[in-house]
Each structure stands twice: as C-alpha cells, then as structure tokens.
Design a protein around this ligand. Structure first.
Ligand code: SF4
Length: 522
C-alpha cells in the first residue's frame, strides 16, 4: 500500500503509486482493453466533422445533458418556505440523488423525505406509502408544512396526490388543517426549472385559490418577487437590497437563503428562514408580481394573472446593464418610487468597469450553456461587453426560447456569428467546439470534461471553462456569489476578464520565448 497514516495522500497523486498502477494494468488486461493507438485513433475520430454529423443525428439518446429532472426543482422551491419539509412521493434513490446534487453544489445539508416506493407500490399504487410517510414525517421532523412532489415511478403508475392526501387526512394520518401543498413533477417531461414552477404554483394555489374573497391587487402596497430556480444565494440578497434601497416593500416568494447558508455554530437547523405562509396568503394583495426568470415560470404566470388578477410585467431576467435598468425602471413605475442615487452610482461603477475591461473582452468568443433565462441574460451581457457568443445551448430550452434567443442575437453585431441549440446536450457541444473553437466555455462543472477532451487533442484546441451556472461541484462557494443586478454584472465581468487575463498569462510565461507579453500591468 502506498497510503500511509503518516503521509495521507489524496487520490492524486496516490493512484500514481506503483501498486495501484500494477493493479490498473491487470484490470486492463482482464477487460481486454484496446491498444493506446486504437484508443487515440477512436478519440481523434470523435473530434472530426464526420463524427459531428453522426452525433447530430442522435434521436433516442441523450449524453451529458445540461439539465436535471423536475422533482429536484420542486425540492429547491420547497426549501424556500418557512418550516417546510420537502417530501417526494416515489423512490428513495431519487430523493438521495436530489439531496446529494444540492449538497454538492451548496456544501450544505439538504432535508427531504421520501415514502420509499418499491416494487409492491409499483403494482398496487403508493397510497399506503403516502399514508405512513406523511404521519411519520410529521411526527419525526415536526414541520409546519409538507410540500409534496413526485418522481417518475409514481407518475408512471398514475398516483393522484390530491386524492391520496385527502384520503390520508380523512383516515386520520394527518390533521385536516395541516398544510400539504403538492405538485405533480413527472421527470420524463420538462426539467428542474419546470419542477420549480410546478411546485411554486402548487404552493400558491393551495394557500390562495379558495381564499381570494376580499383580496385585490394593491391592497398591501408591496411587490411580490418570484425568483424561479435560482441557485446563486447572492441573487436573492441583491434583489432585496435593490428594493430596500428604493424603499419598496416587497415579499420574496420563496427564499432558501437561510436554510442553504446556515452558520457552523454547533446547532443543526433543519428549518431556517423562508417565506411564511401568511406572506403567501397575503401575496394576491400586492401591487404586482415580478418574475425574475420569466421563461421558466409560465405556469406561475398563468395562475398569478388568472387568480390574483395581477398584470405581470413582461420583463427579462435582470442580468447585465440594460436589463437591470429595465427592471429597476419597471419597479419605479409600478410603485411610484424614484431610483435612488445609491443605485445610480452603482450603475455608473459598472459602466466604468465595463469600459476598463472592454479591450480585453472585445471580440472574444464564448460558447455557453445552461438554463434558458440564465443563458438569455448571459448572452445579453456578453454582447454589452463587446464579446461574441458563438454556441448558445440550453438542453431545457424549447422553441420559444430558441426564437427569443435568435431575436436577441439579431439586436447586436456581436451576435451575428452565434448559433443557437435548443434541446441539445453537452456531447453535441463537444462536437461543436471541436469544429469551431471558441475562446472560452461558460457553464456548469460538467463542462470540465469538454475542456479536458479539447486539451487531449492538443493544447491549441483547449477550450477553458469559466464556471458560471448550476451545478458547480468542483469549486467552492461560488453559489454565494451574485449574477443579477449591477452587482451581479460586476461579478460576471470580473470573472470573465480575469479568465481572459489568466489565459494570456498561461500562454505567455515561457521564459525568453513568449514572455514579451507576460505583462505585470494589464
Ligand atoms: S429522472 Fe426519474 S428516476 Fe431519475 S432521479 Fe429523476 S425522478 Fe428519479
């Protein structure tokens, strides 16, 4: 063994040790591994236009999609409400997957229970699991509300949550007045962003559908803010800060910033912060409701417009300069509150930063992927910076997103060379960047495999990854950052320009060869 208690090594360089290498060689023989030459030949073939053509003919196979399934979005949504226990009616393995996915991104414990449906439930239905699960979950974890979603399994067999929850209450497994909002979140359609939308609509429907009497827009003088599937904790905070600086009273409808950012002070908090049920009940009385990520909140929009009678403004995600301007001006228009000097000054600082960095970003080509609204906002900001989007991909983007993106790209000469890919995955993107190399990739941690593969072909093919999006597993604390508002634009700009400068340093540090551009001051 090359591992020793006096000299603990991480997996690298541990597995480079002799005994591990011998073991690996034996495994390769046992598995009849192809020769290095054959592997190289096949690898290089996967980087060719011929392979790309085949790759784009794929129909029944998805490889490395930049999205996950609906119940994960429902989980994140549920975490944003006061004393709420997320509950998934379905398989235990799915719940474990959702929890670990969020654990790895937020580096925080994430609570969720499941009623562990197995083979018998698949045959006879999951009502019995749900009865016991509700009673046990309430007794053990003492929530103030249980928010229920489903997995593939319960959806395939067609379990009816409304009927099952009502039956559970009638049969005494749960008090009649205990709140159990729910959403059907079938994973074979949509993605995590739709799961968030479904769960959110389920919660506001539960608390407001039958209690609209006496409620009317404008009665409480507040604005509602609906974040959508948002994983940058700083974004909840910056929206609040901007509204507070304007003196606008508001309700953040879903706020998981406390429970996903609890202090290490010796006390475990299963529940912390979150939007209260009273705030949800009062939400129809707001002046209006602003949807921060409008492309992914269609169901919420329909409900809010039809039931709360709010005329939801058609805004874009407040990313970058112009769309933050538009957002603040709309808030000002709706509330009659002027935009304060503090925000005007902040805007001016952002413009100053953009001017300072413009020379380094102008004409740089970025391929990017992620959720529909995020990618829209990022493309808009890149073009404001004079950078050029090249490949623009959203695995969970549909026809509507595609059309809106094409329209957005047409508004700037920097968008002229961009290609839009809705419903494609990162294996498609891999082929695209081999065919036409961008300067950088922007996206979640899964893009690191594209960076590695492009480097494997040769240094000149390498496409470095800039980690912005969800999930980010392999870097720490980026989820605490801010990507919205002027503050978020400053973070994005800082990240982008320094990635460019890091790369230039990397390419010019060969002493006596390329260091004529290895500048101290840039
Ligand atoms: S896709 Fe279906 S089976 Fe897979 S984790 Fe999601 S809900 Fe579970």
């Amino acid at each position: 063994m090359t591992q020793s208690v006096d000299d603990i090594k991480p997996s690298f360089p541990l597995f480079r040790g002799e005994c591990y290498q011998v073991s690996l060689d034996k495994k390769r023989v046992f598995e009849e591994r192809h020769s290095d030459e054959k592997l190289r030949e096949t690898f290089l073939w996967t980087t060719t236009p011929e392979y790309k053509e085949l790759n784009f003919k794929r129909e029944a196979l998805t490889i490395n999609p930049a999205r996950t399934c609906q119940p994960l979005g429902a989980l994140l949504c549920s975490l944003g409400f006061d004393k709420t226990l997320p509950y998934v009616h379905g398989s235990q393995g799915c719940a474990a997957y959702f929890r670990t996915y969020l654990n790895r991104h937020f580096k925080e414990p994430v609570a969720q229970v499941s009623d562990s449906m197995t083979e018998d439930a698949a045959v006879f239905g999951g009502q019995k699991n749900l009865f016991d699960g509700l009673a046990n979950a309430k007794a053990l974890y003492k929530p103030g509300m249980i928010a229920m979603s489903t997995t593939c399994m319960s959806e395939v067999i067609g379990d009816d949550l409304n009927a099952f929850i009502n039956n559970a209450k009638q049969e005494g497994y749960m008090e009649q007045d205990f709140p159990v909002p729910f959403a059907h979140t079938p994973s074979f359609v949509g993605s995590h962003v739709n799961g968030w939308d479904n769960m959110f609509e389920g919660i506001i429907r539960y608390f407001t559908l039958n209690t609209m009497e006496g409620k009317a827009p404008g009665q409480n003088g507040k604005l509602n803010v609906v974040p959508g599937f948002e994983t940058y904790l700083g974004n909840y905070r910056v929206i609040r800060r901007m509204l507070n600086e304007m003196g606008v009273e508001h309700t953040m409808l879903c706020d998981p910033t406390e429970v996903l950012d609890t202090p290490a002070d010796g006390t475990f908090r299963m529940y912390a912060g979150g939007t209260t049920r009273d705030e949800v009940k009062d939400a129809p009385n707001a002046i209006n409701t602003l949807l921060i990520q409008p492309m992914q909140l269609e169901k919420t929009r329909k409900y809010v417009e039809a039931t709360w009678q709010h005329e939801v403004p058609k805004l874009n995600i407040p990313m970058g300069l112009e769309w933050t301007d538009e957002w603040l001006m709309k808030v000002s228009e709706l509330t009659g509150t002027p935009i304060p000097e503090s925000l005007t000054k902040e805007r001016g600082r952002l413009v100053d930063m953009m001017t300072d960095s413009h020379a380094w970003l102008h004409g740089k080509r970025f391929s990017l992927y992620g959720d529909p609204d995020f990618v829209m906002g990022m493309v808009k900001f890149l073009m404001e910076l004079g950078a050029e989007p090249l490949h623009v991909l959203a695995s969970n983007g549909g026809k509507k997103w595609n059309k809106a993106m094409v329209k957005l790209l047409a508004t700037s000469p920097y968008g002229a060379n961009a290609q839009v890919y809705a419903g494609h995955d990162l294996w498609h993107l891999r082929s695209l960047v081999f065919e036409q190399k961008p300067d950088f990739l922007i996206g979640n941690s899964y893009g690191k495999y594209i960076q590695r593969d492009t480097l494997c072909k040769g240094k000149e093919f390498e496409v470095p990854l800039i980690r912005i999006g969800f999930p980010i597993f392999d870097r720490h604390h980026l989820h605490r950052m801010t990507t919205l508002g002027y503050e978020g634009a400053m973070y994005l700009l800082t990240t982008l320009v320094n990635a460019v400068l890091d790369r230039i340093d990397e390419e010019t540090r060969l002493m006596g060869v390329t260091d004529y551009n290895h500048d101290l001051i840039r």
